[in-house]
Design a protein around this ligand. Structure first.
Ligand SMILES: [Zn+2]
Length: 470
């Protein structure tokens, strides 16, 4: 049943269904503006039925005669029409169905999508990610991505009327006690705040996301059998279990999802539920939603389970309680044992054919357009297994060694890390911090543009590597 609230495919993103009595505003619904404010349900149902019949027969001529309401439905495929009709005919749900057009997203909408792309769970514990400046309710119709929020980029954002900057490297990384124009960062943030520009940073969550920087590096270098270099156990996750009557199942699940729970890798709004029977007897002082005070009751309920990152637990439980119809909902919070999975930081993989360290390093230079790379190790030695960690990630050298990798690619390291690599006969390629990360901010801009076709998203045009070579 929870699937009813999920968009089926991009074509249906403009369709949503919700209970007429639901107190919730669903994320996508919020940023959708009614194209047809109210369609009589019978009209819509009969229109869908007629169109399904016509399409099954291969008869498209009748579409010319159908009502304006049905005309709005023509762009959808038969399977989508079936889905819509199924919603309407689901007797246990009192649904309204609307056709919608997209409107400008808010900072909150973009933030939610960014958190689906790069789950906050993946961020390092020392990191400062998320919405760092601004207001979730503000418009984010013009979005600028960058690697680092420099004064040049801030000026570009103001001149291009950007409303949201997605910067890989966070601002306000160190605690501040004052925000004035007397520091470089203070001046940047003051300028952005005055212009009403919000700032979001995914940083290490984007480094290690399933489609993030390290994954993109691995794919661009042609690795196969790609897996995390340092597996992140799911021990930081919990499972929330609660018991809800059928007619509240979706409302409660939606509230928990909206609070940041229910994400597994690239999949959001994950849950599991099954039916059972709950029993209870309220005291005379109670006012039970189901049954009568003082009477032993049996009630059909669903056991609902949703994974939740530890750092979202408080918010998720608050949302659960607010959405749950019971006075005293039963809630279990279960810590999960560590289990390996696809979560993790860095990447390692295997080249399709062995190549010399020198050839691999030259390929890194060309693929990343870095102009040069620095290399440690015997250039003629053949390498097959590769470890990758973008940016300044020398601490992953030991992970690369433990994984038996022949070579480790990163942006920059300390001199002593280079010595350590040589001692252990692990090849080391340093391609530059900017070169190993910046390209992914253009990819993120493209991804956000796909997610928000109604917005204008671009990567910074002025940002440059501050280091040059002579
Ligand atoms: Zn970096």
């Amino acid at each position: 049943m929870s699937g009813l609230l999920r968009p089926v495919n991009p074509d249906t993103m403009r369709i949503f269904a919700r209970r007429q009595t639901s107190p919730l505003d669903f994320t996508r619904a919020e940023r959708l503006k009614p194209e047809i404010p109210q369609i009589p349900l019978m009209d819509l149902t009969s229109s869908i039925d007629r169109m399904k019949t016509d399409r099954t027969k291969g008869d498209h001529t009748s579409e010319k005669r159908i009502s304006p309401v049905s005309a709005k439905l023509q762009k959808f495929s038969p399977c989508v029409l079936s889905w819509m009709a199924g919603l309407i005919s689901a007797r246990s749900f009192h649904l309204e169905l609307r056709l919608e057009t997209m409107s400008v997203p808010t900072v909150r909408h973009v933030t939610e999508v960014l958190e689906q792309i790069a789950s906050p769970y993946l961020a390092a514990s020392w990191d400062n990610t998320g919405l760092l400046l601004g207001s979730p309710g503000m418009d984010a119709g013009r979005i600028l991505t960058c690697l680092t929020l420099t004064s040049d980029v801030a000026q570009e954002a103001v001149e291009t009327n950007a409303q949201l900057i997605v910067t890989h490297h966070p601002v306000l990384f160190k605690p501040v006690q004052k925000l004035t124009t007397q520091s470089v960062e203070g001046a940047i943030l003051w300028k952005l705040a005055r212009a009403g520009i919000s700032v979001y940073s995914p940083h290490t969550a984007w480094d290690d996301a399933p489609t993030g920087i390290n994954q993109q590096l691995a794919e661009r270098l042609g690795l196969h059998a790609i897996q995390p270099l340092r597996v992140k156990p799911l021990s930081a996750a919990l499972k929330i279990v609660t018991f809800v009557p059928e007619n509240s199942l979706e409302i409660v699940a939606e509230a928990i999802w909206q609070a940041g729970a229910g994400t597994i890798g690239e999949y959001s709004r994950c849950s599991f539920f099954h039916a059972g029977t709950g029993t209870f007897q309220g005291s005379a002082a109670t006012n039970p939603t189901v049954g009568t005070a003082g009477v032993f009751e049996r009630a059909p309920e669903f056991r609902l389970e949703i994974l939740c990152p530890k750092n979202r637990l408080e918010t998720a439980l608050k949302a659960l309680r607010a959405a749950h119809p019971y006075e005293e909902p039963a809630i279990d919070v279960i810590p999960l044992e560590p289990s390996s999975g696809s979560w993790g930081s860095g990447r390692r993989g295997v080249l399709h054919q062995p190549e010399t360290l020198k050839a691999f390093a030259e390929r890194c230079r060309d693929v990343l357009q870095s102009g040069h790379v620095m290399v440690v190790g015997d250039g003629e030695r053949l390498v097959t297994t590769v470890a990758i960690a973008c940016g300044a990630a020398g601490e992953y050298l030991s992970d690369a060694r433990r994984a038996g990798c022949d070579v480790f690619l990163t942006g920059e390291t300390r001199f002593h890390t280079a010595l350590e690599a040589r001692e252990h006969h692990t090849g080391l390629v340093l391609a530059g911090h900017f070169a190993t990360e910046r390209f992914a901010m253009e990819a993120l801009a493209n991804r956000l543009q796909q997610e928000f076709p109604e917005a204008n998203v671009s990567a910074s045009q002025v940002e440059q590597d501050p280091i040059w070579f002579c």
